[in-house]
Design a protein around this ligand. Structure first.
Ligand SMILES: NC(=O)c1ccc[n+]([C@@H]2O[C@H](COP(=O)([O-])OP(=O)(O)OC[C@H]3O[C@@H](n4cnc5c(N)ncnc54)[C@H](OP(=O)(O)O)[C@@H]3O)[C@@H](O)[C@H]2O)c1
Length: 382
């Protein structure tokens, strides 16, 4: 069982510098539409993925800087057939992906079941497994409000951020996943869009319940570490004041199109508290990979379409592609331990992995800043 700081000692010494400074000379003639699809330019370096270095501080990064998300395994937006889901995981594993994120919420248990099935014959020491707590599932042939989860659903859920509910949730996840350890558990979705106006009351319940209980479970060795898994900044900031988290799974607020507030507020506080970050939804749930969907509902914010088109053009000019730039952008900050894009199929899993081994010319990032497309103080790869 990899407990809180032991993961550090297993971390490889090789680091971000693995990606050499080779610059792409070729200029692509791709249109935005075809360039943003699955393909990654073929000049991929034959290097391994960068891992996180062992750190002297009490930061708790998973070893792996690149992982795969679990929403597609839960049939988000559309049904991912079983064979396609397993093929995606097989492809991710085959290219070296070893960090997996899931949640009870994703397909109301389906994502955990599928991931557990895949991991069944794997050595737990060979991967890092993250799941979430905050919703307890109960059998329900006709769950109300399936929302973004498609296909047949056999469970519904109720929120529970108490200590007892948290322990039960982790135990349920262990059983659904069929594993004897979970490396990271994040407290899921304590935000206003998910919980409504009384979301702060739930945060207070978590401060007294879920947070100290996860610290206890970490000390007992049932989990390796814990944090928040949320789409806002405020919850992450408050949790660092209230408790002793190891990591924040920050989704949707650190990506090419939206990062200024996270840079200003979250990053300094995470550094001060020795809390590493995992970036969820690095592609804006698909928008930075070419879909017309921004995040999980609602309209694409004003100005994003124009910015995306300009970024895409610039990426092509410098011989790379926007998805590759979007993924690498999220792992550039020293405080970021990993990025976890979701993949719908094997091809996407392979393409996203390949993106992490591409060298992007420094001139691309300079021009992005000169044109005001990303913040002047945003860390960039290389
Ligand atoms: N609150 C939280 O804790 C929280 C919130 C959000 C996300 N997360 C975590 O972060 C993970 C990633 O988020 P996400 O999957 O929602 O969003 P994402 O990684 O930003 O985008 C994934 C989507 O982008 C498209 N895509 C990915 N790779 C592609 C490729 N190579 N070529 C073309 N399109 C590609 C796919 O769209 P199509 O399916 O349309 O093909 C895919 O579904 C989640 O799976 C989850 O583990 C956590």
């Amino acid at each position: 069982m990899a407990t809180r700081r032991q993961i550090l000692s297993g971390a490889a010494a090789s680091v971000a510098g693995l990606v050499s400074a080779r610059v792409f000379a070729a200029e692509s003639n791709s249109t935005p539409a075809n360039n943003m699809a699955c393909e990654t330019p073929s000049q991929a370096l034959p290097s391994a993925l960068p891992d996180n270095p062992p750190l002297a501080s009490k930061l708790f990064p998973p070893k792996y800087k690149y992982g795969v998300g679990g929403t597609q395994l839960g049939n988000i937006f559309e049904v991912t057939p079983d064979d396609q889901a397993q093929a995606m995981l097989e492809a991710a594993w085959a290219v070296g992906t070893r960090l997996f994120d899931t949640a009870p919420f994703y397909g109301f248990g389906l994502s955990e079941r599928r991931l557990g099935h895949f991991l069944d014959d794997k050595n737990p020491e060979d991967y890092v497994l993250a799941t979430k707590t905050g919703r307890l599932l109960k059998a329900d042939a006709n769950p109300p409000n399936p929302g973004i989860w498609k296909g047949d659903l056999n469970f519904s859920y109720q929120f529970d951020f108490t200590a007892a509910g948290t322990r039960r949730s982790v135990e349920d996840s262990l059983q659904r996943l069929g594993v004897g350890k979970i490396d990271l558990v994040t407290i899921h979705d304590i935000t206003e869009p998910m919980l409504g106006k009384d979301w702060r009351e739930q945060l207070e319940i978590a401060k007294k319940g879920a947070m100290p209980e996860l610290t206890r479970m970490r000390e007992e060795g049932i989990i390796g570490g814990w944090g928040m898994g949320v789409n806002n900044l405020e919850t992450c900031l408050e949790a660092m004041d209230a408790a002793d988290p190891d990591i924040m799974l920050q989704a949707t607020r650190y990506n090419l199109l939206d990062h200024k507030e996270a840079l200003a507020k979250l990053f300094p506080k995470a550094r001060a508290n020795d809390v590493a970050l995992i970036i969820g939804a690095p592609l804006g749930a698909g928008y930075l990979a070419g879909t017309e969907r921004w995040l999980y509902g609602g309209d694409v914010p004003a100005g994003f379409a124009d910015k995306r088109a300009r970024m895409d053009k610039l990426a092509n000019k410098h011989g790379t592609d926007l998805r590759t730039a979007a993924l690498q952008f999220t792992t550039a900050p020293d405080i970021v331990a990993a990025t976890i894009p979701g993949a719908r199929n094997a091809e996407q899993a392979r393409a996203n992995h390949a993106s992490m081994t591409q060298a992007i010319p420094a001139a691309f990032w300079q021009e992005m800043k000169q044109q005001g497309l990303i913040a002047e103080d945003a860390p960039t790869p290389g």
